[in-house]
Write a protein that binds this ligand. Structure first.
Ligand code: NAD
Ligand code: IPM
Ligand code: MN
Length: 354
């Protein structure tokens, strides 16, 4: 029997509420499948932990996590702790320490999911975003000079390395080739005359290795417009850290909302654990009310099963979410239902067991 040890960081706000349901679903699947077992170890790290200890996670937190097969994370960040501290010291620290350079985010409109766009068919929205997840605008490099003085200056550096760009672009090409889909690179070379010109150049270089893959380029401003006006243009999309962050919230908005938006932070070489977390944050506006939609985290758990090689289960999770959206028996308020977080998770377990 294969045993997977999963580190669970439920985190802040709705994090613990949705992660409880994702863990429930994973336990159900492991039981039905019978080939593998999953052990979950919870770590109480996050903003409350910070208020007690002055740290988002212990000093040896990364060492501790490195022993696990994967990390399942709810959400990080809460009023009372500055976001740049909570996110840098926990979420971004894990992504960077474990070289999770691929952020894989499906943007797929399932049957029954609400879509605010007019004249869009379900199959028109079916994209996979590959967001660079280790450097770029999120490098964390910069300075704050003459703080609080009239000459005050801040510098926030973007870092685009050849290795960093090549590996994420190559990953996207491999996926496009495997799936027989087009690849769109989203950049901004007209204004960002170093970083994005370099990105575009590397995209061109790598594209020569993949003559069978149809490629497209869009500037990020036009890409935002086309995601709303003509989303079927996009199949596989590769873009930088910040652009990918912004465009995938837009992607969530056109494919059912934040409550359905899944994502995975991958270290493809499997040298370090990968981390599975939905796109949404801690949603302080609805935290503690048992109405958060757990389906994004459940879909994310499905991505974990994909990554472990149980792709039939990853597909089954998405199909079951679609069934829930069609049947509308236990949807949370963001999807027009009246179910609680827990009832939504229970319904998922019921469908999986059928
Ligand atoms: P958010 O994603 O938490 O919330 C945006 C809106 O979407 C809110 O109205 C919220 O109620 C709704 N929403 C989000 N998830 C939902 C769900 N599962 N079910 C139903 N509705 C849902 O974004 P925000 O308000 O900008 O950020 C709140 C905090 O979370 C901040 O501290 C931010 O830095 C942090 N954050 C963390 C992550 C992460 O940990 N991965 C991601 C994004 C934001
Ligand atoms: C996300 C989040 C994070 C990001 C924040 C919380 C640092 O918005 O995962 O999309 O920008 O990557
Ligand atoms: Mn985001």
């Amino acid at each position: 029997m294969k045993i997977y040890n999963i580190a669970v960081i439920a985190g802040d706000g709705i994090g613990p509420e949705v992660i409880t349901e994702a863990v429930k679903v994973l336990k159900t699947i492991a039981k039905i499948d019978g080939r593998f077992e999953m052990n979950f170890t919870e770590f109480p790290w996050g903003c409350e932990y910070y208020l007690k200890t002055g740290e988002m996670m212990p000093a040896d937190g990364i060492d501790i996590l490195s022993k696990y097969d994967a990390i399942l994370l709810g959400a990080v960040g809460y009023p009372g702790v500055p976001d740049h501290i909570s996110l840098r010291d926990l979420l971004l620290r894990i992504r960077h320490s474990f070289d999770q350079y691929i952020n894989l985010r499906p943007v797929k409109l399932l049957k029954g999911a609400p879509c605010p766009l007019a004249n869009v068919k379900r199959e028109d929205i079916n994209m996979t975003f590959i967001r660079e997840n280790s450097e770029g605008e999120y490098s964390g490099s910069g300075a704050w000079l003459y703080k609080d003085q009239p000459e005050e200056v801040v510098i926030q550096n973007s870092v685009f390395s050849r290795k960093g760009c090549e590996r994420v672009i190559r990953y996207a090409f491999e996926l496009a080739k495997k799936e027989g889909r087009s690849l769109t690179s989203v950049s901004k070379g007209n204004a960002l005359n170093y970083s994005m010109v370099f990105w575009d150049q590397i995209f061109e270089e790598v594209s020569r290795e993949y003559p069978s893959v149809e490629t497209r380029h869009l500037l990020v401003d036009a890409a935002s417009m086309f995601m709303v006006r003509d989303p079927k243009r996009f199949e596989i999309v590769v873009t930088s850290n910040l652009f990918g962050d912004i465009l995938t919230d837009l992607g969530a908005a056109i494919s059912g909302g934040m409550g359905l938006a899944a994502g995975a932070n991958l270290n493809p070489e499997r040298r370090y654990p990968s981390m599975f977390e939905a796109i949404h944050g801690s949603a302080p506006d609805i935290a503690g009310k048992n109405i958060a939609n757990p389906l994004a985290s459940i879909w994310t758990a499905g991505q974990m099963l994909d990554f472990f090689g149980y792709e039939e289960w990853g597909t089954k999770v998405v199909d079951s979410i679609e069934q829930m959206l069609i049947e509308k028996r236990a949807l949370t308020p963001d999807l027009g239902g009246t179910a609680s977080t827990q009832e939504c998770g229970d319904e998922m377990v019921r469908i999986l067991g059928m």
